[in-house]
Design a protein around this ligand. Sequence first.
Ligand SMILES: NC(=O)C1=CN([C@@H]2O[C@H](COP(=O)(O)OP(=O)(O)OC[C@H]3O[C@@H](n4cnc5c(N)ncnc54)[C@H](OP(=O)(O)O)[C@@H]3O)[C@@H](O)[C@H]2O)C=CC1
Ligand SMILES: O=C(O)[C@@H]1CCC=N1
Length: 278
Amino acid sequence: MTHPSSPLPGPVAFIGGGNMARSLIGGLVARGVPADRIRVAEPVAALREALQRDFGVHVHERAEAAADGAAVWLLAVKPQVMREVCAGLAALAGAQAPLAVSIAAGITAGQLDRWLGGGVAVVRAMPNTPALLGAGITGLYANAAAVARLDQADDLLQAVGPTVRIADEAQMDAVTAVSGSGPAYVFLLAEAMQQAGQAQGLSAEAARALVGQTLLGAATMLIRSDESAEVLRARVTSPGGTTQAAIETFEAGGFRGLVDRAIAAATERGRQLSAANE
Ligand SMILES: NC(=O)C1=CN([C@@H]2O[C@H](COP(=O)(O)OP(=O)(O)OC[C@H]3O[C@@H](n4cnc5c(N)ncnc54)[C@H](OP(=O)(O)O)[C@@H]3O)[C@@H](O)[C@H]2O)C=CC1
Ligand SMILES: O=C(O)[C@@H]1CCC=N1
């Protein structure tokens, strides 16, 4: 029987049970998706066992075992092994016509379709690790064969946060650079702020609490307010005050240009991952 609130009408098979799969699975289960509808293929026994223990999902060593009979395949392996993994699933894809949802950075829908044998409904999804807490965001792109099934992928991923549909596949590399990788930039900022706070005499505990809640509060304001980040920033920045001293230091150090170059490098790496695994 279909769970009334479940975004999963049938089993979903995660191929790869690493960091991102774990975040998605944890988020889905916490939001009421029945664990017995989630299968995971993961070659690393310790990861496999931890997924089973922590979330109650079905686990398999081999991809084919998890994928067989699942209407949705969530391909969550590294870009460098995606081709080989798809080749191993191609016969099953031809026989079962699954919806293949790939979260791999860079790898294009055309590559996935070809590696899976052609004529496959492919959705590229780019989630991020806050999915674990239901606080993720996912960019979604469907190939022509998957357009009619995009709602299915969307429903699944909306269980762990909002989604943004992307019409131009080339933009998926920018999505990856901004929100897929983005949590790491925020953690880098958090590390730097904590270290700087400690350098000014705060304890590690106090610095962590102050930084974490500040990031949460600022992000919540950004999401809930109709005002731009620039306006919200201006409201913190009293003329001649402490914030102004810090912002001027950031600007003098080329902060905006640095962020621009970092996001451009991540976007370019996505393109390189596609080309290198052609
Ligand atoms: N981490 C993140 O924040 C995000 C990651 N992504 C994408 O998600 C994908 C996975 O990333 P991430 O979770 O970080 O990587 P991980 O390395 O943590 O997870 C991938 C897992 O897949 C396993 N694996 C390898 N071959 C197979 C196979 N044939 N069948 C099943 N499983 C296999 C790997 O095992 P082994 O280690 O032995 O190879 C590994 O445990 C990547 O393509 C990445 O681009 C997307 C958004 C965010
Ligand atoms: O670093 C990576 O390549 C993956 C994709 C987005 C986040 N992690």
